[in-house]
Design a binder for this molecule. Sequence first.
Ligand SMILES: [Zn+2]
Length: 144
Amino acid sequence: MSYKIPDNKLLSFIIKKVIKEKKVIKSQKNFLNYVLEELRSSGIDYRLDGKRLRKIAINDLKLKVDIEYRESNEESKDLKICPVCGNKLMDIKNLTLDGKTVFTGKKCTKCSYWTGLKKRIPKKYTFYGDGEYDKQKKRKYDSS
Ligand SMILES: [Zn+2]
């Protein structure tokens, strides 16, 4: 059987529709399943992976995302590309008292990803629809 790769325009449309309906989606896998379900309701066998979905959601549609991390034992020094959104990382440098610069980690030029000397690896994503992120934060604040 042949399959199709959805173009960015179609994907953006479906992603917006899904996040509007679900409001908050608590994992990338769930998000992917919802989007695929929606795409395939047309009867066409669409293929999509989570990474592409995530990049469009964050880069193009500016969805708010919460990310849980685990710290690895690998150094972050050689990390060039953001593991969340695929954009460039920049070095975080601090000035010591005697005027030397020391490398303390990296941060993304586009999204909220940052890491210290040990690489932080994204573990779990939560995606928020329009306005939902602020609502959730407010709720947390109110109940504490
Ligand atoms: Zn990023």
